[in-house]
Design a protein around this ligand. Sequence first.
Ligand code: SF4
Ligand code: FES
Length: 257
Amino acid sequence: MEHYMMNLTLKVWKQKNSKSAGDFETYSVKDISSEMSFLEMFDVLNEQLIHDGRDPIAFDHDCREGICGSCSMYINGRPHGPWKGTTVCQLHMRAFNDGDTIVVEPWRANAFPVIKDLVVDRSAFDRIIQAGGYVSVNTGVTVDGNATPIEKGHADKAFAAAACIGCGACVAACKNSSALLFLSAKVSHLGLLPQGAPEKDTRAINMVAQMDKEGFGACTNTGACEAVCPKEISITNIARLNGDYLVAGLTADKNYK
Ligand code: SF4
Ligand code: FES
């Protein structure tokens, strides 16, 4: 498709902090190239706002290449915007047309309180990971990779689950604000490998307990999480977690917190 320029109207959620009510503010942004990323378009708008002495829009970003999971926002009612399997930083303005109005909102979930505008506090995810504990390794010389054979199917599934970037879109899309797709990806990517197997049961039980403590809702299998996940994490991970969790519960020992 050919490169083109556009003028856009943006309706962006502005919220001073988690205590204030917040509301949409309307902005005009001009001369946006179809080849810019969505975040570059925000950079142009923020430069203009700063130049005019107005408050710039607060949004999270770090890698800008789809690996850190921080560029989280709703665009036109969909987490990470209109492109399937794409983070906001990799969404390009050619997804839009000249004259469009674009509505941008933060994740909405009690467990992700708004810090400012589009920035939400996702530290609940960090605490879930922390609750999973460590992976046992024997220190010493580097082990030959071939010394630990891993069944190809397990390696592929573990690798696919490890693609989760912890962005939180699954929670934002879920009507229950469930974090189970994220959690199941984390449990799968370690539990399927021999290195992560020794603590597999304690990991699942402790992470689920922390998830409940953080105020995420229950999973009712709507599949909304999988549909919006920028890394296309499969809900089969949730089925695997449910199986592991059941077995872990039946064989619980004193190691569980
Ligand atoms: S499972 Fe997908 S949507 Fe959820 S945190 Fe991981 S990458 Fe983001
Ligand atoms: S800025 Fe890192 S995934 Fe988008």
